[in-house]
Design a protein around this ligand. Structure first.
Ligand code: HEM
Length: 458
């Protein structure tokens, strides 16, 4: 006997439009998951979407023999900006494979390790900035971390120094990413005419800024030839070993833009990290002991240390779990499946073409997997304890073929920034300015109104 999939009551004709706030979709979904549990559905504007909120169900629908990435809604909308780039390509599009095979070797663990010094240099620049400012200054760490992330992404993958860490202004690419992704999230829920007449201009301007930035990176490389074999070099010169094809000029731009959009998730995770460190001073003490043991009190962080910093690895994983900085991903049954699809051995039943969204805020806090799921406990993310966790709660970088191509870069970046911040900075919450756990976001989620003070350690 299958159980019905719970659905909020909704309104006649309009369905569940009121259950999801279009300006804070992921917060609404987290709230619905808290209320309805492991699976629920909403119906609006003639569409039904099923949401997955438990580790067991997430694990089941990550089985690539039965399911695949669903390219729909906001992902289709952002194709206006990046066309059939890696993140947005439909399964049948040949360019996904061509771009993947050209790019993946430059984002392997080994290739990313070659960028360690550049990541460290950018991180040090931010640490120096925070150390030199008045320790009573209240600031939003997300803004500085966004700049750090963009700087490090551009320097390592595109070989271009932007100089945005110490700049008083936010780099225009950051606002353009916010505008393009927020538009992409909102458009599926608005009438087409309204999208075109009222909001089309914003989408167009943001896209122009992003494509202009990418085109500048290409021109800069052409005007400043180098023997650097970085990602930009591969995008501009490599040939796909399978088809013998190269990327067109347009495709190079599409893929360049996808890099800062993808990596913009990392500063959201790091902002959460700052929050969890402030809330858990005992974690900071333990991490500093580890840094002392592995690197020594006056030693310099080296790439080989990253794999020895077990506790800091636990901190990074626990941050990825609780921050759910990439808030979810879309799945559908593999086409050709006939008849209804059964989940959990027949407990639930969905249509053969039913889109589903994994809500990581719920999956990563599944109480059947984690004791005290809201607590920040790096220990459970270390060694054998981490290995023993079910695969469904380790999906912060997505799944299978369409998992994050930047995961090695993100891992090294998060490890370096975490180790250096813990080693060098004492944070304090600037309570009284909306300091708390409420989040918002589009393709990523981050704290709203999160202010801190930072003091360099002597
Ligand atoms: C904390 C950091 C990051 C997290 C949590 C994260 C998470 C994810 C997730 C969940 C997906 C799967 C999306 C889906 O199935 O629709 C994904 C895909 C992707 N990510 Fe990341 N990501 C991070 C950093 C990065 C970085 C640094 C880059 C680029 C340098 C990047 C580029 C991409 C791209 C291009 C895809 C699409 C891959 C494909 O479909 O072939 N991400 N990421």
């Amino acid at each position: 006997m299958t159980s019905p999939i719970p659905q909020p009551p909704g309104l006649p004709l309009l369905g569940n439009v009121k259950d999801v706030d279009p300006s804070n979709t992921w917060w609404s979904l987290k709230t619905l998951a808290d209320k309805y549990g492991e699976i629920f559905q909403i119906k609006a504007l003639g569409h039904k979407i099923v949401f997955i909120a438990s580790a067991a169900l997430a694990q089941e629908i990550c089985d690539e023999k039965r399911f695949r990435k669903y390219v729909g809604g906001p992902i289709v909308e952002i194709r206006y900006t990046v066309h059939d780039a890696l993140f947005t390509a439909f399964d049948h599009e040949e360019n996904w494979g061509i771009a993947h095979r050209i790019m993946a070797p430059l984002l392997s663990k080994e290739s990313v390790a070659n960028h360690f010094d550049e990541i460290l240099l950018c991180t040090q620049e931010l640490i120096n900035k925070w150390k030199s400012q008045d320790p009573n200054t209240k600031f939003q760490p997300l803004k500085d971390l966004n700049n750090l992330n963009l700087e490090a992404t551009a320097l390592t993958l595109l070989g271009k120094k932007l100089g945005c860490i110490n700049s008083p202004q936010e780099h225009p690419v950051i606002q353009a990413m916010e505008d393009a992704t927020s538009e992409a999230m909102k458009r599926p829920n608005r009438p087409k005419l309204l999208n075109w007449l009222v909001y089309g201009g914003k989408f167009k301007r943001a896209t122009k800024t992003l494509r202009g930035f990418a085109a500048e990176c290409v021109s800069y490389r052409k005007e400043n030839p180098t023997d650097r074999h970085d990602l930009l070099w591969a995008l501009m010169n490599s040939t796909d070993p399978e088809t013998g094809k190269q990327l067109t000029d347009e495709q190079v731009i599409d893929e360049i833009i996808s890099m800062p959009i993808g990596s913009s998730t990392a500063p959201c995770a790091l902002t959460s990290l700052v929050y969890y460190l402030i809330q858990n001073p005992q974690v900071v003490v333990k991490a500093r002991e580890e840094l002392n043991t592995v690197i020594g009190p006056d030693g310099e962080l080296k790439h080989e240390h990253l794999s020895q910093l077990d506790y800091i690895q636990g901190i990074v994983r626990e941050t990825l779990r609780l921050s759910n900085a990439a808030p979810g991903f879309n799945i559908e049954p593999i086409p050709g499946t006939t008849g209804p699809v059964l989940l959990q051995g027949g407990k639930y039943q969905i249509a053969h073409n039913q889109p589903m969204i994994i809500v990581l805020a719920a999956v990563n806090r599944d109480p059947t997997v984690f004791e005290s799921p809201l607590e920040f406990k790096p220990e459970r993310m270390m060694g054998e304890d981490f290995e023993r966790l079910p695969a469904g709660v380790k999906k912060w970088f997505g799944n299978g073929k369409r998992a994050c191509i930047g995961k090695n870069w993100a891992w090294d970046f998060l490890m370096v920034v975490t180790a250096r911040l813990i080693g060098e900075i004492d944070f304090e919450g600037a309570v009284g300015e909306g300091w708390g756990e409420k989040t918002d976001g589009w393709f990523n989620v981050r704290f709203i109104d999160f202010w801190v003070k930072a003091k360099g350690r002597v």
